[in-house]
Write a protein that binds this ligand. Structure first.
Ligand code: EPZ
Length: 420
C-alpha cells in the first residue's frame, strides 16, 4: 500500500486549485441512468470514488468516454443489469445513489446493502422508506435490496425524519420521472443537492426549491441528454484553506465558491485568520501564529460541514486555548483524534465531543489513515509536526482528493508519495 512522507515546518504560500466536487459528481453520474441520451459532465474529479462509480455505471450498461483533461461522456442507452453488486458497493457506499435512478428508469433495482464504515453505521432506511412512499416495493434478500415499481412511481408528499444528503438525492432522482407532484420536506440543502437539481433540470426535469428544505417536483415522462459543469469541491477547498491556516501561511485556493464555505470562513476569522476573496472564484487565507481556540458544532448545510470537522480539529491542536468540538452528524467521527494524540496533541474525547487544548507541539511519527477526512486531518498535522510524519493507507485519501500531495507541494509543502 502507498504512504505519504511529510517533513513538517513549511509555511504554505502561493496558489492551489480545487477540483470539481466528488459529492456532486457522484449523484450526477447516477442521474445519467435516467435517460438513454448522452450526458456530458465537465470538471469531474479524477478520484477513486468516481472511478468506482464509473465502473458501476459500466456494469449496469452505460458507455463512458473520458476525454484526456476534458469532459466525461456518459450514455446509458440500454440498462443491461439494474444491479449494484457487493464488490463495488463495499468499496463505496454512495453506490446506493443508483437505487432511485434505476427504479425510475426501469422499474427495478438490485443494490447491495452498503455496510457501515469507519465513521458510523450509516443505514439507508430513510432512502428505502421514501421510495416506498413513491410506490416502490423494497425487500431485503441475501444482503441485497430488491426494489420493484412495476407500475411506475407516483408522486406524493415525503418528510424525511432526519436530513440526509444522498437520501434527498436518491429520492429526487426517483421523483423526477414519477407521475404527478412530489414534495420533499426536510430535504438536504447542501450545494451538491442543488447541483444535481441543476443537471436534472437541464435534462428536462421540473424542480423548484432546490437548495431549500422543501423541494417540489413535477414528474415528466422522460428526460433527455445535457451538458453540465460540476461545482467546485468545497470540502477539498476548505481542507486547503485549513492547511494554509495551520502552517501560518499565505495561500490562495482557486476554483472555489465563496458562498459554499461561509461557515468555515466565519470560524477561521473568529480564530484570527484573515480570509478574503482573491478574484471571482478564489479565496486567500493568511494566518498569524498562534490562532485562538474556537468551539465548533457540525451541522447540516449551511452549518459547519462534518466533512471539515477532522481538519478543523487538527487546526485547533495548534490554537491558543481550549476548543470544544461537537460532532452531531455521525456517531464515530473522531478516529483522527486518536492518531493526533499519538503525535502529541492534547485531546479528550467525551461521547460526541472532542475537547482540544492547544497549542501542543506535534512530533512526526507513523500514523494510519482510517477514513477519507481523517486522513486529510493527519496530512495537516504532518505539515506542522516537528520531523517526519509517515501516513499509511493513503488510498483512503485518494478516494476524495485528486493527487493531494502534488497540490500541496505546489504551495511549498514537503510531502511525497512512497510505493510501499
Ligand atoms: C453524504 O453522505 C456525503 N457523501 C458525506 O461525505 C457527508 O459526510 C454526509 O453526506 C453528511 O454531510 C456523499 O455525498 C457521497 P447523510 P450521506 O445521509 O448522504 C443518518 C465524504 O467525506 N442516516 O446525510 O451518506 C446517517 O447515519 C463523505 O465525502 C440514517 O440514519 O450522509 C448520518 O448519521 C463522508 N438513515 C446522518 O443521517 C438514512 O437512510 C446524515 O447522513 C440516511 C442517513
Amino acid at each position: 500500500m502507498e504512504r505519504f512522507v511529510i517533513q513538517g515546518g513549511a509555511r504554505l504560500e502561493g496558489e492551489i486549485p480545487a477540483s470539481g466536487s466528488k459529492n456532486a459528481a457522484l449523484p450526477a453520474l447516477a442521474a445519467c441512468l435516467l435517460t438513454g441520451e448522452a450526458v456530458v459532465l465537465r470538471r469531474v474529479p479524477r478520484v477513486r470514488d468516481i472511478r468506482t462509480m464509473e465502473k458501476l455505471l459500466a456494469y449496469i450498461g452505460a458507455e463512458l468516454v473520458l476525454e484526456p483533461n476534458g469532459p466525461l461522456h456518459v450514455r446509458a442507452a440500454v440498462i443491461q443489469d439494474p444491479t449494484a453488486p457487493y464488490e463495488l458497493v463495499k468499496t463505496m457506499r454512495a453506490s446506493s445513489l443508483v437505487l432511485g435512478s434505476l427504479l425510475a428508469r426501469t422499474g427495478r433495482a438490485r443494490v447491495s446493502m452498503p455496510g457501515g464504515c469507519a465513521i458510523g453505521a450509516r443505514p439507508i432506511n430513510l432512502h428505502v422508506h421514501a421510495l416506498e412512499q413513491l410506490g416502490a416495493t423494497l425487500t431485503q434478500e441475501g444482503g441485497y435490496i430488491e426494489a420493484r415499481a412495476p407500475n411506475g412511481l407516483r408522486g406524493t408528499r415525503i418528510n424525511f425524519d432526519r436530513i440526509t444528503v444522498t437520501g434527498t438525492e436518491d429520492v429526487l432522482m426517483a421523483a423526477v420521472l414519477a407521475e404527478g407532484e412530489t414534495v420533499l420536506e426536510n430535504a438536504a440543502r447542501e450545494p451538491e443537492v442543488g447541483d444535481l437539481a441543476a443537471l436534472l433540470v437541464k435534462m428536462g426535469a421540473k424542480i423548484e426549491g432546490a437548495g431549500t428544505s422543501v423541494m417540489r417536483v413535477q414528474g415528466v415522462s422522460r428526460l433527455g441528454g445535457a451538458e453540465h459543469t460540476i461545482i467546485p469541491d468545497r470540502i477539498e477547498a476548505g481542507t486547503f484553506l485549513l492547511a494554509g491556516a495551520i502552517t501560518g501561511g499565505d495561500l490562495v485556493v482557486a476554483n472555489c465558491e465563496l458562498d459554499h464555505l461561509g461557515a468555515l470562513i466565519g470560524k477561521l476569522r473568529e480564530a484570527g485568520a484573515e480570509v478574503e476573496p482573491a478574484g471571482a472564484a478564489a479565496l486567500r487565507v493568511r494566518a498569524p501564529r498562534p490562532l485562538q481556540a474556537v468551539d465548533l458544532i457540525t451541522e447540516e448545510h449551511p452549518g459547519f460541514p462534518t466533512d471539515l470537522q477532522a481538519q478543523y480539529l487538527a487546526l485547533m491542536t495548534q490554537a491558543q486555548g481550549i476548543a470544544f468540538i461537537t460532532e452531531t452528524i455521525f456517531e464515530n467521527r473522531f478516529m483522527h483524534a486518536l492518531e493526533l494524540i499519538r503525535m502529541g496533541a492534547n485531546i479528550r474525547i467525551e461521547g460526541r465531543q472532542a475537547i482540544v487544548a492547544g497549542p501542543a507541539a506535534l512530533s512526526g511519527t507513523t500514523v494510519m489513515a482510517s477514513d477519507l477526512r481523517a486522513s486529510a486531518s493527519l496530512v495537516l498535522a504532518g505539515l506542522v509536526a516537528r520531523g517526519e510524519t509517515v501516513i499509511d493507507r493513503v488510498y483512503h485519501i485518494d478516494r476524495g482528493y485528486e493527487s493531494i500531495e502534488s497540490k500541496l507541494a505546489l504551495a511549498g509543502a514537503k510531502i511525497r508519495r512512497l510505493e510501499e
